[in-house]
Write a protein that binds this ligand. Structure first.
Ligand SMILES: [Cu+2]
Length: 294
């Protein structure tokens, strides 16, 4: 009588048949119970997948963020599926192969199908995760030839400066926004246009993070990091420094205000043509440079 996993199965005899018969009934119930449990878990998972749970992520406010969210949802569902199968197998082994007597279970080795399975399945899972991650990372990191808006972001101890690099031409002011202690900088950007961020730091490592964009990138001294987003939702979103950069790290909040394109054009043209003294809002300095260490 062949058996896997060292399950005890007496070979014969009146006593053996009785025990064997009893175990078959119990084993059948156990297997049905486990199948039902696994089936219900898979159903619950499939039902929750239909409603697209975000597994703790925000909804996203850029074209790129939806791709990031999809990757996160897919990875989480794949991990949960593997988890449910593994938990199922663990509980199956605990129940089906529990100690029933002092007799030593039949000892077996080298179950080739099982060994092939647990080699191939993790390989397929790893290749799948790698493929989708590499595909999405390439798209998310893509830099267009001519972004609609370019903003130089300077993260410094302990605030942010945003400089609109498409301004300051043809006699207009260079528009820049610099946060002051207690007055976070507000970065206004247009909905539906590609915005490139060019990140630099004059002092220590910071990290430019807008949670609603589902994206952050380090701001490193001596290095220029870039990325692009295309906002697709208007609103004001909190931004933070995501790198513990020192004593004033907690003061490095800022706001990103996504506005309709026409409103953004008005915002920029007003500041480009304003006189320096007229643009004296605390968080906004138009046409002047700041002491941010640049
Ligand atoms: Cu910081």
């Amino acid at each position: 009588m062949r058996s896997s996993f060292g399950r005890t199965r007496p070979a014969g005899g009146a006593h053996g048949r009785t025990v064997h018969g009893g175990r078959t009934v119990r084993g059948g119930r156990t297997r049905r119970g486990i199948r039902l449990g696994v089936g219900l878990s898979v159903l619950a998972l499939a039902a929750s997948a239909c409603q697209e749970p975000r597994f703790g992520f925000p909804g996203g406010a850029t074209v790129q963020s939806h791709r990031i969210l999809n990757l996160w949802q897919g990875s989480a569902i794949a991990a949960l599926t593997v988890g449910v199968i593994v938990w199922g197998l663990i509980f199956y082994a605990i129940i089906a192969f529990r100690k029933r007597s002092e007799a030593l279970p039949r000892q077996v080795r080298y179950n080739l199908p099982v060994e092939v399975l647990y080699t191939i399945v993790p390989f397929v899972v790893a290749v799948g995760l790698f493929y989708y991650t590499a595909r999405d990372e390439t798209k998310i990191d893509h830099l267009s030839k001519n972004p609609d808006v370019t903003v130089n972001v300077v993260g410094f101890r302990w605030n942010w400066q945003f400089r609109y690099m498409d301004t300051g031409k043809n006699g207009g002011n260079l528009v820049e926004v610099t946060g002051q202690p207690g007055v976070p900088a507000v970065l206004e950007i247009p909905e539906g246009r590609t915005v490139r961020f060019v990140l630099t730091s004059p002092d220590v490592i910071h990290s430019f993070w807008v949670p609603e964009f589902l994206f952050k990138r380090d701001v490193i001294p001596g290095r220029i990091n870039q990325f692009e987003v295309t906002p697709d939702k208007t609103g004001t979103f909190i931004g933070r420094c995501a790198e513990l950069c020192g004593q004033g790290h907690d003061q490095m909040d800022f706001y990103v205000k996504v506005v309709p394109a026409a409103e953004y054009d008005k915002f920029i043209s007003e500041r480009e043509t304003a006189t320096a003294t007229a643009a004296g809002a605390p968080a906004l300095t138009a046409g002047t440079t700041t002491g941010s260490g640049q």
